[in-house]
Design a protein around this ligand. Structure first.
Ligand code: PFF
Length: 454
């Protein structure tokens, strides 16, 4: 019997479910993106707005994805075919699979950089470099046609090996190991950072809201960041929840995952801003914060080689638990819909994502000149997945569960067929029907038109 016809694998425990799902959510989005987006948008003020959207939009969308996946018991496309038979809603799932594939291509490139930086930190490779040198080191590295690609391939192979091992013996086993490690490392780094002289102002920056920096854009960034960070709108959570047991409480799982993800993002801020302030650096240094600013700080800090290596291991671990969820989206689709064995599906999906990934990597160097609408390949993949497919997928999901065929199924899934009380349902219903569609549509319109005009 081919393995796609065997009984469906499941996560074996509550902790396994949370580790895997929070593992997907916690990633470069939390540790790399959240601190710099918060840094550019008023620190604490951004945090408050972000928290609101995580609870009012993120959690309801997550619960909806969980319901679809667990009811469908299939990949992102197949689950929609089960919950809405004969309808074209499964195209949402298909778009999610394409989005996951695109994200995997550029995300694995950045994940590869974390390995290079891990090795450089451990071997004291940044010693004596000024911030200008560090900037040059970084630009030269990402433009190099070989090194980043090699690291990216190493990362893809690691991801594929875990996926190949299966749902419980691969995904669950490794995320149960890696997530506690991630928490430990981040705590060690937070303690180091807040005990630096002058670090307290970094905490004030993160927790004392400065509303003068808040504009309409801040709200849109907060919704967009919540979506990316919680892994919403691209099939990952539908796929993972298809491995949840029938008695799992979907609402409490969604709240736990959202809170863990947000806690890690806040801890990333606690780890980064005190250090940034202690060394007198601008907190709004943007995407280069992690690969240029931080190595500079580690270098000046006592024990910097050690703490720098831990930091980049932390980033790599966070990225790995996310790339496995992205690859699983594609592998589950290939194996269930195209009837491949898991092994063959993993092989094909990994090769395909790696080829696209190499182009994404090279587009930062020798293939810079290949552009479409002024964007290189890396940016096209990021833009089309994160700014178009992700909010569009999220919007269609809430329209489906809030207004169309998904309503009855949703109630049955959230209550485990009447087993659990769902007192929160009226609030949830309001969020799914009104708050989420309006917030997501605003982000979508902004990303599609406004920003490209500006
Ligand atoms: N949530 C991940 C992060 O914050 O880095 C990124 C991600 C993983 C997005 C998996 C989407 C996904 F399906």
């Amino acid at each position: 019997m081919s393995d796609n016809l065997k009984a469906r694998e499941c996560f074996g425990s509550k902790f396994g479910i949370i580790a895997a799902t929070a593992g997907s959510a916690v990633g470069l989005g939390n540790i790399w993106k959240f601190p710099y987006v918060a840094g550019e948008n008023g620190g604490g003020a951004f945090l408050i707005i972000y928290l609101f959207f995580v609870m009012a939009v993120g959690v309801p969308v997550m619960m909806s994805e969980f319901a679809i996946g667990r009811r469908g018991q299939r990949n992102a496309y197949g689950s929609f075919s089960v919950v809405a038979p004969g309808k074209r809603w499964n195209l949402i799932g298909l778009m999610g699979i394409v989005a996951a594939f695109f994200i995997l291509a550029f995300y694995s490139a950045v994940a590869g950089w974390t390995l290079e930086y891990m090795v450089s930190s451990a071997t004291n490779g940044f010693a004596g470099q000024s911030s200008h040198d560090l900037e040059n080191t970084f630009s030269a590295f990402i433009a190099n046609p070989i090194r980043p690609v090699v690291w990216q391939m190493v990362f893809m192979i690691l991801t594929a090996l875990i996926i190949l091992a299966g749902v419980s013996k691969g995904i669950e086993k490794y995320t149960k190991l890696l997530m506690p490690l991630l928490l430990l490392f981040i705590i060690v780094l937070c303690v180091r950072s807040v005990t630096l002289e002058g670090g307290k102002s970094g905490l004030a920056f993160l927790f004392k809201p400065d509303f003068s920096k808040v504009t309409a854009k801040t709200f849109l960034y907060a919704v967009g960041q919540a979506f990316f960070s919680l892994s919403l709108g691209m099939g990952a959570l539908i796929t993972y929840s298809s491995y949840f047991g029938k008695h799992e409480n979907l609402a409490s799982t969604a709240v736990s995952v959202a809170l863990s993800d947000t806690l890690i993002a806040i801890l990333a801020g606690v780890m980064i801003f005190p250090a940034v302030f202690a060394f007198g650096i601008e907190p709004s240094s943007g995407p280069s914060l992690v690969f240029i600013t931080l190595p500079g700080i580690f270098q000046k800090m006592f024990g910097g080689g050690f703490f720098g290596s831990i930091f980049f291991i932390l980033l790599a671990v966070a990225a790995l638990t996310s790339t496995i969820s992205l690859l699983e989206v594609v592998v589950a689709f290939f194996s269930e819909e195209l009837k491949m064995t898991r092994r063959k599906a993993t092989f094909i999906a990994t090769i395909a994502a790696s080829i696209l990934g190499v182009f994404a990597s090279l587009s930062l160097g020798i293939m810079k000149g290949v552009t479409l609408f002024g964007k290189n390949i890396f940016d096209i993949l990021d833009y089309s997945a994160s700014n178009v497919m992700l909010p569009l997928g999220g919007l269609l999901i809430v329209l489906f569960v809030g207004w169309f065929g998904g309503k009855k199924m949703l109630k049955a899934e959230l209550s485990n067929e009447g087993e659990l009380k769902t007192k929160y349902y009226p609030y949830f219903n309001f969020a799914v029907k009104f708050i989420a569609p309006v917030a997501i549509a605003a982000v979508f319109i902004y990303c599609m038109f406004w920003e490209s005009l500006g």
